[in-house]
Design a protein around this ligand. Structure first.
Ligand code: ADP
Ligand code: MG
Length: 277
């Protein structure tokens, strides 16, 4: 299949017919501003279901802003504005009648810095998401969910004997896996991860990568990473963002990760993945 069927880096082109097929989440013509500063210019990306999509590119090219637009966090910044559509199973999350909480139930997010509630128990951290979005669960359902999510996040065996210990008592890598477990507890369709390993040591990073690979079967993942090896290890699809001198961020190249790294069509992609800027 041609790359243009799923991504449209070309600012002028609208999405081709049928481009949503096989995509859980599709961004169309996203532009974004902070005040007068335009930071994204007509970015379109159809994220394929059941795959890991890596977003790569230099600092400041709008990757975090793009992720935050996908889950409606951008609008929480007072100076921020945007245009374009974000389709979740074909429904625009910014459409009339759509609420932020609708997005929150279906799109999980994990940040660079692990941010469990430090004083809250490990178990309650996992249950915080379901509670926040108003899911009603009985005691045994809660226990099952805690075990299931901690298992999926690769943390169960380490913490099963101390579920009442505070989240803040865990190591950095464990805290990040707890955050992954917390984001899974709402049973999201899509999991967004913004440089989830940047604050972690290599061993913790490897464990998170293994978790990502295992999760990919059941949840669609979009991960921002500065680590080119990581992008190649965990993702099947890859989008290269770039904001050239004084211009807003755009997607310069998109496609199967292997092709983007081994035979990119754009010289700037080649330079970036080889660390030349
Ligand atoms: P990346 O994640 O690729 O490093 P960001 O999305 O964080 O890029 O930033 C894109 C641009 O938007 C940058 O120029 C950054 O300075 C600007 N920006 C990000 N967040 C804010 C904010 N809260 N207020 C104003 N400008 C911001
Ligand atoms: Mg960022």
């Amino acid at each position: 299949p041609s790359d243009t069927a799923t991504a449209h880096a070309d600012a002028g082109a609208g999405p081709p017919e049928g481009s949503s097929a096989g995509s859980a989440l599709e961004a169309r013509d996203i532009s974004a501003w902070f005040g007068d500063n335009k930071v994204l210019e007509r970015v379109s990306l159809a994220v394929r279901s059941g795959m890991v999509t890596a977003l790569i590119g230099p600092s400041g090219c709008g990757k975090s802003t793009f992720l935050r637009i996908l889950n409606r966090m951008h609008e929480l910044v007072p100076s921020a504005s945007m245009s374009g559509q974000v389709l979740l199973d074909g429904v625009d999350v910014y459409g009339p009648g759509q609420r932020i909480t609708d997005s929150r139930r279906r799109i999980g997010m994990v940040f660079q810095k692990p941010n469990p509630f430090p004083m809250m128990s490990i178990a309650d951290n996992v249950l915080a998401g379901p509670k926040f979005v108003g899911m009603r669960l009985g005691r045994s359902e809660r226990d099952r969910l805690v075990e299931e999510c901690l298992t999926k996040a690769g943390l169960w065996r380490e913490v099963k004997g101390r579920l009442r210990a505070p989240g803040g008592a865990l190591s950095g890598g464990q805290q990040q896996r707890l955050c992954i477990a917390r984001s899974l507890a709402i049973r999201p369709d899509v999991l967004l991860m913004d440089e989830p390993c940047s604050a972690l040591d290599p061993t913790s990073t490897r464990r998170i990568e293994e978790t990502i690979q295992q999760l990919a079967d059941e949840v669609t993942i979009v991960i921002v990473t500065h680590n080119m090896q990581q992008a190649q290890r965990v993702s099947q699809e890859c989008a290269f963002f770039l904001a050239e001198e004084g211009t807003p961020g755009r997607i310069v190249e998109y496609g199967p990760t292997r092709r983007v790294f081994e035979s990119p069509t754009d010289q700037r992609t080649l330079d970036y993945v080889h660390g030349r800027f």
